[in-house]
Design a protein around this ligand. Sequence first.
Ligand SMILES: [Ca+2]
Ligand SMILES: [Ca+2]
Length: 318
Amino acid sequence: MSNIRRVQVAALGMAVLLGGAVLVPTTSKALTWGGPGKRDKDTSRSAATLLQENWDTTSWSLFEAVENGKSTVRPNTVDRAVEDGKALELRLGANPEPTPAGAAEVDSKKTFLYGTFTSRLRAADCSEQPGTGVVTGAFTYFNDGSDKDKDGLPDNSEIDFEFLCSQPNVIYLTIWTDYRASDEAQRRVTRVIDLEAGKVLSTCYLENFGDCRALSGAEATPSTVPAVSGYSSSTAYHDYSFTWTSTGVIFWTETDGKKITLWDYRGPRDRIPQRSAHYLLNVWHTATWPTLDDPGSVKSPTSAVSVYVDRSSVKTAS
Ligand SMILES: [Ca+2]
Ligand SMILES: [Ca+2]
């Protein structure tokens, strides 16, 4: 299934030590809910388009679901913690296949070139399973293997928010432009933030996993972030947004109604993706990407873990 092959490569932001192993899912199915839901919006205006999914009905149309192995995707899940009482549940079953090939995922049917991408979500919680390796992702992605910018590497249009369940105070941000799976050659910039402590842990340009060329100036702005007392991606809902333009990407979060800029990246055009991409949300098991404070935190989840999404939206200029 071509969809699954794409998913395997998706969300590489995290695959720090993925190695060459590619595992093929034993079972997977793509589900598509038909027809516009009553709360789905596709509001075309002369100046801008807003697509919004509140995940409050089983009849949604902007995304399709991918359930690999025992993972499940359920919109319209009751959660009193969200304003409309309904959320999307991305549920990763116990002992899943590692890599995004085992993910529970939703994937926008359309692709977008630039725009503002937002999801209000609560990332996977593995506090009852210490040392578990589970990634929550909210990201854009497209890679068909072609090299339209002719820089010698396949174009990889990808912008990531990612969270590891074993260190829920840390946020991983990545902007990819190129990636070749065969040898893991890549071009991307990343920032890692401990939002609870209010610390920027790193801001780098990389051409291979494990690389880090520290960025500065307009590529590393703001230089500091505020501390958010008690911040955890997995115990409360937060808005996670980025605005992607031809000249930069601004990442921010909103917590308790307060907007916090995480990274206002402005750099050379060749470090910013210039090809349209899908918007995705997923949860998957990593066996190779541990947290910064525990190299052993890549255990398989022994019971199911879930990501909950209150709403998602994409706003484009045209
Ligand atoms: Ca390229
Ligand atoms: Ca909702």
